[in-house]
Design a protein around this ligand. Structure first.
Ligand code: NDP
Length: 454
């Protein structure tokens, strides 16, 4: 555990090492990160075991690890091209001025990550920052702390990386101390905490890249394929026990499909099993943080008290944790917490709509704008998708942002701030562009600026 008072010293150590790291070639940095890949692979078992112990998920923990390796490969391939892209030329507005661009990485980037996907959301920003030439201080969530130790061992195994990559452990007070010393901050977490981080960063005038909560809508149009819609709605809502920022949390279905859609969804939802210790054939692990069960229960209680009907699923609390089988709700409206606040559980509230205009209005009636989905005839669905206020809209599926790393997206509304973490800007946001401007003509004399009255 790191004491917040130790954070300035960690930053000083990283800052001292960062000029050498920044000055290294992109290829040299890639070599170091490939050495880290090997060190990670050598510790696959303890890292995955720690993730399973903290999250109760086997398959997702394994895929997090594999996803981290794929991220290294992705940036090994992309980073050198992006870092060589510095340009030079002559100014169009002042032809006698030649310019040359240089890219300057931030010195120390502070990265604060959440508990719902502990490893992947820790490396997703750390890797491009390191590839860009920044030093990185990472704080994972104290809710899922076990993987930090084997992860740190993998970093320590690569001397050149250990000088510029520090993993600190602790709660929000450590996160606050990091914002007070970093040169830029990447924060993934709730909108409430993100706001605090943004205000603290603003006081120091440092950039804060914020990836925050969501309340993603799915619109099922009248020309949708029913089977596709039900399959995508269920997976998009309940995967990871709903503990994903891009979970579908509201479903709007055209009134002509509404009843058969609900019937089919309930039937499929009933087949989804909760997983206790990774037994075969089960899908949903426990809530990672049992406080999450309280939030889900509070949202369900509020909805049911105001007239919602719970067709299936329930939160079950047992001695070693809390689980939730998929809940399908109807009779919901936008006065209810379940339609306005982030639930972060496998709950699928379904509402009918009568027209495209109504569907778009309902989908956009939210403080959030992380992502969304539309299912229907492709041209029709695209025309609706273009009207949705969200950073990414999946068409004819849900959660496509989890499959693409190379496509840029921003967050709308209170779901985030700052350049895309996906695609090229995921790395370029860590570089400041410096212009060296050379006057090739005569220096302008002061007389050129005489305030003569003509
Ligand atoms: P929190 O906001 O509670 O915490 C996120 C991180 O911030 C944790 O490491 C936490 O530490 C730390 N922290 C807490 N208080 C402060 C503070 N005052 N200053 C600095 N850091 C602080 O989020 P959760 O961990 O609960 O994560 C779930 C949330 O993350 C959901 O809202 C989800 O939608 C969002 N999320 C967004 C994603 C996106 O890409 N947009 C992706 C994944 C999740 P500790 O936990 O140790 O207290």
């Amino acid at each position: 555990m790191t004491n917040p008072s130790e954070i300035p010293a960690v930053a000083t150590r990283l800052r001292a090492a960062s000029p050498t790291w920044a000055a290294a070639s992109a290829g040299a940095r890639a070599d170091v990160l490939l050495a880290w890949r090997e060190a990670l692979c050598a510790r696959r078992e303890p890292i995955v075991k720690a993730l399973i112990a903290d999250t109760g998920r086997k398959r997702i923990s394994e895929s997090e690890f594999d996803g981290a390796l794929r991220r290294i490969d992705y940036w090994v391939e992309r980073a050198p091209r992006l870092l060589e892209a510095a340009s030079s030329g002559e100014s169009a507005t002042a032809p006698s001025v030649r310019y040359e661009h240089r890219l300057h990485p931030f010195g120390v980037v502070g990265i604060i990550s959440p508990w719902n996907v502990p490893l992947l959301l820790s490396v997703i920003d750390a890797l491009p920052a390191l590839f860009a030439g920044c030093a990185v201080m990472l704080k994972p969530s104290e809710v899922t702390p076990r993987f930090a130790e084997p992860l740190n061992a993998s970093v320590q195994a690569v001397g050149d990386l250990a000088r510029v990559f520090a993993i600190v452990e602790g709660d929000g007070s450590v996160g606050e101390a990091m914002v007070d010393v970093a040169d830029a901050v990447c924060f993934t977490g709730s909108t409430g905490t993100g706001r605090k981080v943004a205000m603290r960063a603003a006081a120091r005038l440092i950039p804060a890249f914020l990836e925050l909560g969501g309340k993603d809508p799915l619109i099922v149009l009248e020309d949708a394929d029913m089977k596709r819609a039900v399959t995508a709605a269920l997976r998009g809502s309940v995967l990871n026990t709903g503990q994903a920022c891009q979970s579908i949390e509201r479903v709007y279905v055209h009134e002509t499909l509404y009843e058969p859609f609900v019937e089919a969804l309930v039937a499929d939802a009933r087949r989804v099993k909760t997983s206790h210790g990774g037994e075969d054939g089960a899908h949903l692990g426990p809530f990672i943080d049992s406080r999450q069960a309280e939030t889900v229960t509070a949202h369900l209680d509020d909805a049911c008290a105001h007239g919602a009907v719970q067709h299936c699923g329930a939160v079950t609390q047992v001695a070693d944790g809390a689980w939730c089988s998929p809940v399908v709700l109807t009779g919901v409206n936008h006065e209810m917490r379940i339609m306005r606040e982030e639930t972060f559980g496998p709950v699928i509230p379904v509402m009918p709509f009568a027209s495209d205009t109504e569907a778009v209005r309902l989908a956009n009636d939210s403080n959030y704008g992380l992502s969304a989905a539309v299912i229907g005839d492709e041209a029709h669905a695209m025309s609706i998708a273009r009207q949705i206020h969200a950073g990414a809209v999946s068409v004819n599926d849900t959660g496509l942002t989890t499959m693409v790393s190379d496509v840029e997206k921003d967050s709308f509304n209170e779901s985030g701030l700052g350049a895309s973490r996906m695609g090229d800007r995921g790395l370029l946001r860590f570089l400041r562009k410096q212009s060296l401007l050379v006057q090739q003509g005569e220096a302008l004399p002061i007389d050129a600026f005489r305030e003569d009255v003509h």
